[in-house]
Ligand binder design. Structure first.
Ligand SMILES: [Zn+2]
Length: 98
């Protein structure tokens, strides 16, 4: 399928996504602990203890309390702001205009 909508002209560049630690910092998500998976307060429910697990290599996240999850910072951004793929990629600087 081709789209004539210029809004979607371009392509996604995964390697242009911000590093996970940097991205979550800009979202005011405080990462606690050490190692590959860090703990944070979940923004998707009223969290009182760090229930959200974040993989600092891939940016993946999973909440042990409410079940929110995704595979990278792009998924988190779409989820948090209710945005589509392209709009989220643009906001994260990972959309290369053609
Ligand atoms: Zn949660």
């Amino acid at each position: 399928m081709t789209s004539a909508n210029p809004k979607y002209a371009g392509k996604f560049s995964r390697k242009a996504l911000p590093p996970a630690i940097q991205y979550y910092q800009t979202q005011n998500i405080i990462l606690k602990g050490t190692g590959l998976w860090r703990d944070a307060i979940c923004p998707f429910h009223h969290d009182t203890k760090p229930s959200l697990r974040i993989n600092i290599e891939r940016g993946a996240y999973r909440c042990m309390a409410c079940g929110a999850h995704g595979g990278d910072v792009l998924a988190f951004h779409m989820h948090k702001y209710g945005l589509g793929f392209v709009e989220s990629a643009k906001q994260l600087g990972a959309w290369i205009e053609s």
